[in-house]
Design a protein around this ligand. Sequence first.
Ligand code: HEM
Ligand code: MTE
Ligand code: MO
Length: 487
Amino acid sequence: CLTTLCKKCQNIPQCKYKEKRVWVTYKEGVYDITDFIVEHPGGEQILLAAGSSVEPFWMLYAVHNNSHVLHLLENLRIGNLSKDESQDLTSDMSDPYNSDPLRHTALKAAAVKPFNAETPPFILVEQFITPNELFYVRNHLPVPHIDPETFELEVEIEGRNKSVILTLDELKKLPKHTITATIMCAGNRRSEMTKIKAVKGLSWGAAAVGNATWTGVRLRDVLKKVGVDEDDKSLKHVQFEGMDFDPTGKTYGASIPLWKALDKRGDVILAYEMNGVPIPPDHGFPIRVIVPGVVGARNVKWLGRVIVSEKESDSHWQQNDYKGFSPSTDWDTVDFTKSPAIQELPVISAICKPLDGQTVQVEDGTILVKGRIRRSCGPRTKLSTSVGYAWSGGGQKIIRVDVTTDGGNTWHVANLDHQDSSEPPQHWSWTLWSVRVPIKPGTTNVEIWAKAVDSCYNTQPENFKNIWNLRGVMKTLLTGSTMDSSM
Ligand code: HEM
Ligand code: MTE
Ligand code: MO
């Protein structure tokens, strides 16, 4: 029936969908999605498929490749296409991900189209610098192919008639600047938060993070070239546009406050090298902005345009994603205009060895250090080592990591094994740590918690319950890792 109104529309007089029903197809099925539009987690984008097949869009957003989505869809079925019709609708769809780069098989994929994958955790804490091939990848769209010979970066001040265009060679002629910085996705450790209560998003483990050296030019120098006046208080944000785009031509985008870009100590760079080689295709070739201390989402890859503006980026990822909310806010009550976009991330730590549920051999007189068993001539206490990383946003440094195996009654101060010497608020890299924790003889099950403290003396909350948020961002609690030790 084309006249029934959905429950939500009856309460919203201005709802624009109440006039007519909207249908889509999937394989041979026809589905009335009218009532579902307002509930769709991906928002009004669903209307792109109105009157046609959802399949080309689902190739882009592989989040739909699960039984939950198909089950949902089944409830909306109103009929079927004849065989000929269904062929017409699906025949000439080419997969936009066909030309994505080849990836290292060790990367653990949370989704394939778009490609999202993390480093195996035990490898992550092996090295202070994460190798390019194993660095986590978080793409929202297909990887764009950019010819470095014809590449041009557009930089402009909105509404001021001021702009410059820079080729890759021109950019490389500006003073070179190298920083070592950790990039972390706001969704890092989402799978642990999900255990408390379901959240929406990719199920990341604890390895959607990595540390690399980045070489490029200071954004500050480029902004000066275009004539940005540091004292012009009306300019507040720098917007970035990637060259990856969705089926409507919309590009990935984000913005940061202008002060961060202009501050010499902000170290924001337009990077063309990652760990000493040209930035790999998955990480933004040929140019990517590195905004150290700030959430991964603002570190725009495949950078094509930089716009200095009075306003933040109006992209989906700046406005309707990557924001935090109260644990009691749900998808019915959430109002994305009420929370600021995440920039600097709070302090975090994670235990990567042993992993949750992993069985560890603790032998008399032997110590497990960084995955290797070493003979010890020391006291005959049973010891084991857990190894992890800790990091804080805003250029803060990790000053301490405390570890407990008895629910917080006694704490062991971890050894900060790898940490660079830069001072806060310019300490952009993570800290790798380890600790030897005594295990009482006869213990078979141990829960290990770690909490990091940063140079502002901020520390991590004790459980997920109190920081739970519907999008599953910023999981900064004490890291719990259960270890079975067989003796
Ligand atoms: C997410 C259902 C069509 C774009 C989702 C999710 C569901 C869903 C259940 C959440 C999945 C999860 O987080 O596990 C549907 C159904 C559709 C449909 C039943 C058709 C009847 C579309 C179309 C587009 C689209 C046509 C794009 C043109 C998205 C995006 C997300 C999403 C971008 C991710 C949002 C996020 O980042 O959380 N959809 N969808 N969807 N959908 Fe759809
Ligand atoms: N830039 C573009 N153009 N497109 C994207 O999808 N993803 C962002 C950010 N920059 C993204 C992007 C997100 S959410 C993160 S966490 C980081 O890139 C991931 O960087 P990496 O893939 O190099 O690890
Ligand atoms: Mo991210």
